[in-house]
Design a protein around this ligand. Structure first.
Ligand code: C2O
Length: 580
């Protein structure tokens, strides 16, 4: 293969033998004000954290693990955990130690993994400083970018593929970055007993923002064009709800053969994709727009519901995904990947970034983050906790320098030197109408009370009545506190593609009709190679939904859990309504 006609000012990268530990991850840093128990962040992702107290070793010496957990989740499960007098300690997630990256064994099957995505080692880590912005890069909508743009993009990808295999900027090495951070390859710095997983938690948006940032800069450098910007797959509006054509051209470097062949253009992207019960073609666009409205407006009054659940040192992987992550984002992954149970490339976390469309997909996810922050107005847009802001990760930059980056530097994309082309947001005002208003369905339903049903396996539709602790709340109360349906103790094997949908006060069971107010949201995940059984939870906003259904004065709601894929592999621990 030809060498690259570029003068890289690359710092030398050395692959060290494992025993030569010239590189150690920073010890956990304990930030002063985190020594207090934080109550500002309760309820989300609580039950799975009910570990037995045990001693853990840290740079702060031995401490009671229970206190670590208290500090990160707030006063959860007050009945099951006695608060200790000593100060509780939490610590943000820190960069993994690359020397301890293991190809490892599947944690469920104990079989060795047939994939090794550990990164090259480096002798030096630099704390990354965002360079001053000279000229903003503008990320274009993939369906609007022209021939000239794609010629550049294709050239950059071809050059990236032609880099030496052990160059951390090489195409496969870049794909492996994603694999390593999501395939339970690293230990958590600070708690070697826990594996690191940056998905299904509040680091989903920031981590991927950094990942795309360096990917884009590497491509820009390869074609020596500092204005080069990744395209975004604009799947939240009808023009973009199809695979962008240039990615589907067989002779393009953007092409990937490992995709669902039935989903090449002009197939419509289904943002509620289910392999077993796909949406009828004429329902895809209306469903998609309602899904987007739910994920971006209706269901995300609280930070946790957009970002995902709190995740700090000591947290077990997958505490809980936010709306976009578990919904449209997962659907586009699963829809694009091969029509096989393991779904390569896009439909499986270890292989997903081997498909060039991954980066266009995630540019849209990243764009939605920017839009959501913009929609917040004067409401809080970000967590102020050091546990989030001070979390750090490692990436190789465009000079092959290993750099340490923090969450706090990701909040404003302009400061990172890029913006998005502006396009319509047809979902923004797409508040769905009820199928039936003022139904007495909860009152007259013969469904059992939730308390009598759980835990339950989701191998069939489960319908339960859930009691509302409060009803007929004032406008003021509603603004202060969102009513949330919490589906907790969701146990799944992460090797499986699963999806279930949730409906409230729905009489007629039309699981294909997501464009009605009765649709509350979904849980979905794509497979991982290194699988474990996880216990996670989701929260679904009820305030607007119940208003729209004319059910605000009802004592109970009827909840239907409708399995779409892998229901036999899902069990649910419980359902309740909370106010947060
Ligand atoms: Cu890191 Cu779309 O997943």
């Amino acid at each position: 293969m030809a060498t690259i006609p570029l003068s890289w000012s690359a710092a030398p990268t050395v692959r060290l033998p494992q025993r030569q530990r010239s590189f150690t991850a920073k010890p956990p840093r304990f930030i002063g004000h985190d020594f207090a128990v934080s109550c500002s962040h309760t309820n989300h992702g609580q039950d799975h954290r009910r570990h037995e107290p045990e001693k853990v070793e840290s740079s702060a010496g031995k401490m009671d693990r229970r206190n670590v957990l208290l500090g990160m989740g707030g006063l959860y499960g007050a009945a099951s955990v006695v608060q200790s007098d000593s100060a509780a300690i939490a610590a943000p997630i820190h960069s993994p130690d690359f020397t301890k990256c293991t190809r490892g064994t599947n944690l469920n099957t104990q079989k060795p993994l047939d994939v090794d995505c550990c990164p090259p080692l480096s002798t030096e880590i630099v704390d990354y400083k965002l360079p001053p912005v000279q000229k903003l890069r503008i990320r274009p909508a993939a369906q609007l970018a022209g021939k000239e743009y794609y010629a550049k993009f294709e050239k950059a990808i071809a050059l990236m593929k032609a880099l030496p295999a052990d160059d951390p900027r090489n195409f496969m090495q870049q794909a492996n970055v994603h694999c390593a951070y999501c395939n339970l390859t690293y230990e958590q710095a600070g708690d070697a007993k826990q594996k690191l997983q940056i998905h299904n938690c509040w680091h989903f948006f920031p981590w991927h923002r950094w990942y795309l940032y360096f990917y884009e800069r590497i491509l820009a450098k390869l074609i020596d064009d500092p204005t080069f910007a990744l395209p975004f797959w604009n799947w939240d509006q009808p023009d973009g709800m199809v695979m962008p054509q240039p990615f589907a051209n067989k002779d393009s470097p953007l092409y990937d053969a490992r995709r669902n062949q039935a989903h090449l253009p002009p197939a419509l992207l289904d943002l509620a994709y289910s392999a077993k019960s796909p949406t009828k073609p004429n329902k895809i666009v209306p469903n998609n727009l309602t899904v987007m409205y739910g994920e971006m407006v209706r269901n995300v009054k609280k930070l946790d519901d957009f970002y995902g659940a709190k995740y700090v040192t000591g947290t077990a992987p997958n505490p809980g995904p936010g709306t976009v992550e578990r919904g449209s984002h997962i659907a586009a992954h699963a829809w694009t990947g091969e029509a096989t149970p393991s779904g390569e490339d896009m439909g499986n976390f270890y292989s997903t970034a081997r498909d060039t469309i991954f980066y266009a997909h995630h540019a849209n996810v990243d764009r939605l983050w920017t839009i959501w922050r913009g929609l917040r107005g004067t409401k809080p847009k970000d967590y102020t906790e050091a546990d989030w802001l001070e979390a750090d990760f490692l990436f190789y930059d465009e000079n092959a320098q290993l750099v340490r980056v923090t969450v706090k530097d990701t909040l404003e994309n302009e400061k990172m030197g890029y913006v998005y082309q502006e396009v319509d947001l047809p979902w923004l005002k797409n508040r769905p109408a009820p199928r039936v208003k003022n139904s007495k369905v909860a009152e007259t339903s013969g469904a059992p009370a939730a308390e009598t049903v759980f835990p339950v396996k989701l191998d069939k539709v489960v319908k339960v009545l859930v009691t509302r602790p409060k009803k007929s709340r004032s406008k003021n109360d509603k603004e202060k506190e969102e009513e949330l349906l919490v589906i907790e103790g969701i146990e799944v094997d992460t090797a499986k593609f699963v999806r279930f949908d949730v409906f409230v006060n729905d009489e007629d069971d039309k699981p294909d009709e997501l464009d009605k107010a009765e649709y509350a949201g979904c849980f979905s995940q794509i497979p991982h190679k290194n699988s474990i059984n996880i216990k996670t939870q989701i929260r679904l906003g009820l305030t607007e939904l119940l208003e729209d259904l004319g059910a605000d004065d009802d004592d109970k709601v009827l909840v239907s859990l409708v399995p779409k894929d892998g229901g036999e592999d899902i069990s649910i621990g419980g359902i309740k309504i909370i106010y947060a």
